[in-house]
Design a protein around this ligand. Structure first.
Ligand code: R5P
Length: 309
């Protein structure tokens, strides 16, 4: 097997490699003066199973282009099978048209990866379970929920309630509930624009309990910040706990999240974030992804490592 990292996931790939006892292949990533991306693999991948690790967080287009160029490079160098390990899969929130003039962007990404000869993709807590039906190659989905739930369980002291900050997160909240044995409340949210949301109410009782808001993604922080306000208005105890697999923290996220009482915020290293004001506790996906890669390579089932929702 050969491990190759894109520019977005170098540290994570090194950690996965350390777990597996595999040194990531050397590769060069550079830019031509006009901005085009140039990639070059050093070392032999002929007849090898290649695992390309690349999250597609910001700058999204650059990281996506690196991934498909690395895949094509490995294909042309004779790799036997190409596995794209994409801890954070961009465009998964554009899995359907919400207006007549829009594309199905996730489908375009799926086609790009197939055209780059990727045989299989591995994703962590993707925004939509439809990833599996949209991609024409097999999709293996793993989850950070058990690791995040373990951190939450160790930190919680007293009555608590899980909170899905919108209807879309309700199923994920149920997965957390199965680990933590807590009740689930749901915030009713409407998205006004890419960075604005409106909350219209709360389903469930949070009075006097510590809310644990869970989500797949924190992007501009609007969803979490509005949920926290609704929860406090409904009589929940402050501070609020937050867990989200992917922390993009773009635009006004830090400012928004600093303005509401968040006690602790857990995430994973699916993305590299270096907040200036916010304290984020990062749980590594390395052990989990290493075991996923080991099992896929050995032809073993992912079993408990797979996300079922
Ligand atoms: C949306 O349905 C997702 O699950 C997240 O709630 C959303 O992407 C978070 O975005 P933001 O932080 O910009 O509100």
């Amino acid at each position: 097997m050969q491990l190759v990292s894109g520019g977005a996931s170098q540290r994570l790939t090194e950690k996965i490699g350390a777990e597996l006892g595999v040194e990531p292949l050397r590769r060069e990533l550079s830019r031509f003066p006009d901005g085009e991306i140039h990639v070059e693999l050093s070392g032999d991948v002929r007849d090898e199973d290649v695992y390309l690790v690349q999250s597609t967080g910001p700058p999204v287009q650059e990281h996506l282009a690196e991934l498909i160029l690395l895949a094509d490079a490995a294909y042309r160098a004779g790799a036997a099978r190409l596995n794209a390990v994409i801890p954070y899969l961009a465009y998964a929130r554009q899995d359907r048209r919400t207006a007549p003039g829009e594309p199905v962007a996730l489908r375009v990404v799926a086609d790009l990866l197939s055209a780059s000869h990727v045989h299989r993709i591995v994703v962590v807590d993707p925004h939509t379970p439809d990833v599996e039906s949209i991609f024409s190659v097999p999709v293996e989905t793993t989850t950070a929920v058990p690791d995040l739930a373990e951190a939450l369980a160790a930190a919680l002291d007293g009555p608590a309630v899980l909170v899905a900050p919108d209807l879309g997160a309700a199923k994920l909240a149920e997965v957390y509930a199965a680990h933590l044995g807590l009740e689930v409340a749901i915030v009713r949210k409407t998205r006004v624009s890419g960075d604005e949301v409106q909350t219209t109410g709360l389903i469930g009782d949070v009075t006097g309990r510590t809310p644990v808001v869970i989500d797949d993604i924190v992007a501009t922080g609007g969803t979490i910040a509005s949920a926290v306000r609704v929860l406090l208005d409904a009589g929940a105890s402050a501070p609020v706990m937050v867990a989200a697999t992917h922390c993009l923290l773009v635009g006004p996220a830090e400012e928004r999240l600093s303005q509401v009482p968040i006690g602790r915020l857990w995430t994973t290293d699916s993305l590299v974030v270096e907040p200036r004001e916010l304290t984020v506790e990062v749980i590594s996906l390395a052990g989990r992804l290493a075991e996923v890669v080991r099992r896929l390579h050995a032809g073993e089932p992912l079993a408990e490592l797979a996300l079922h929702r």
